[in-house]
Ligand binder design. Structure first.
Ligand code: GLN
Length: 445
């Protein structure tokens, strides 16, 4: 049924870059046989999902929506994929994204721009725009995205979906093509909070291949889903409700806040004073890490290799010149600049210090509240017309980036509509407290 749906809408939505129909149908038949034989099956057995194309799937193209990796078929599975396979789930295919997860609109994909199913003339957000659009268009039951500065939560909000970025370290990054390693996290995009908790149950956990994955117990997240927020202290960061927030988005959030109050939550004002530095700090740290991570694409080991080079250095230069798109090059140039000799103290070191201040803001805020309620994005999905300049688009990540900087769990859930487009509300939790985040989201939903 999902492939029929994909056939019907994919021409317009363009959420997928690769479909894997034959294997998916074989897997469905396998699970059917298991059920017929009376075998006990796992929660995700036979439930079809799709994977952002920066997560390695053995034997299936993993392109990062880049010309650089357009022909790369991984020889191993990401940790999350291994875990999902162990549950006998079904992979429908790989979803479109901004090239190397750098972007907020999915327009920087080498292959195609994805369109927002709510209004095809608008962006689906990004960088996990394909994963969110696939859910909104009914082309998958669950999807995986990755979130370095908002790339799960922002497209979830633009498409009226649920998307959760877990605490840094909750989910192994092994097999997720690295963008900014100290910020990247994998997480689910789904239609509702129950589905998000179910997928999260499967993908979390310590992995010896990722030294930053945390050796902590993984709770059954579905047990956190309760209709009750009585006495829950919900913090509203005053810096998140000021200038720049579209009044129509704000109006929807106000309704949500009133609803929480009516359900017995206690609303408290908090302050995250270093918010205004988050985006500029991110655009030092993320490109610095990206420039190091992307140094491996040299035309030698794997991926795109330019033809007609007359020397090895020229081959590398040409491969990178032809293999990367404009946004990726911009980030590599920014990153190598801020890391270059003599500039380290002025930029990277300073940025790391500010990052600590941002994290401390959250530490103090969480002395006054249990969960933070904020907009996911200051605006709803905007038109696909290329009129926004890169800097304005960067600034729109102001509410999601601080959460990555501090390594916290954050979810986006639909909370209304503005200009006919979905509005997302973000709930941010203490480190490893996905349960409170999910509970607050579930109660509202
Ligand atoms: N929009 C942000 C960027 O362009 C975040 C991307 C992400 O989370 N992968 O870097």
């Amino acid at each position: 049924a999902l492939y029929e749906r994909i056939d019907a809408v994919e021409d317009q939505v363009k959420a997928y870059v690769t479909l894997d129909k034959e294997n998916a149908l074989a897997q469905a038949a396998k699970v059917d046989a298991m059920i017929a034989a009376g075998e006990k099956i796992a929660p995700l057995a036979g439930i079809p999902g799709a994977i952002k194309d920066n997560i390695c799937t053995k034997g299936l193209l993993t392109t990062c929506s880049s010309k650089m990796l357009a022909n790369v078929v991984p020889i191993y599975d990401a940790h999350v994929i291994k875990k999902l396979r162990a549950e006998e789930t079904i992979f429908l295919g790989k979803t479109n994204m901004d090239e190397f997860a750098m972007g907020s609109t999915t327009e920087s994909s080498y292959f195609q721009a994805t369109h927002n199913p709510w209004n095809l003339d608008r962006v689906p957000g990004g960088s996990s725009g394909g994963s969110a659009a696939a859910i909104a268009a009914g082309e998958a039951i669950w999807t995986l995205g990755s979130d370095t500065g908002g790339s799960i939560r922002q497209p979830a909000s633009f498409n009226g979906c649920v998307g959760i970025k877990p605490t840094y370290g909750r989910v192994s990054r092994y097999g997720c093509v690295a963008f900014a390693s100290s910020l990247d996290q994998i997480g689910p995009i789904t239609r509702d909070v129950t589905d998000a908790a179910t997928v999260l149950n499967t993908i979390c956990g310590k992995d010896e291949h990722d030294s930053t994955s945390l050796p902590v117990e993984v709770p059954d997240f579905t047990k956190a889903l309760r209709q009750d927020v009585k006495g829950l202290r919900i913090g509203l960061p005053k810096e998140y409700y000021g200038e720049g927030l579209d009044p129509k988005v704000h109006a929807e959030l106000k309704k949500a806040i009133a609803q929480y109050e009516a359900m017995g939550a206690e609303i408290v004002e908090i302050s995250l004073p270093h918010t205004e530095y988050a985006v500029i700090t991110y655009y030092i740290i993320a490109p610095a890490e990206a420039s190091a991570n992307l140094a491996r694409y040299d035309g030698v080991r794997y991926g795109f290799r330019a033809a007609n080079a007359t020397s090895a250095p020229e081959m590398t230069t040409l491969s990178r010149t032809e293999g990367f798109g404009a946004e990726v090059k911009r980030r590599i140039m920014l990153g190598t600049y801020v890391l270059s000799s003599g500039y380290y103290d002025a930029y990277y070191k300073k940025a790391m210090q500010v990052r600590t201040l941002i994290r401390r803001d959250f530490d103090s805020a969480f002395e006054k509240c249990d969960v933070i309620l904020a907009p996911t994005s200051p605006v709803v999905a905007y038109p696909i017309d290329g009129k926004m300049d890169p800097l304005s688009i960067y600034m729109l990540d102001v509410y999601t980036i601080p959460v990555n900087m501090a390594g916290l769990p954050g979810i986006s859930v639909p909370c209304g509509f503005a200009d006919g487009m979905p509005v997302g509300m973000q709930l941010i939790g203490k480190p490893l407290d996905e349960e409170t985040v999910l509970r607050a989201a579930y109660t509202f939903e």
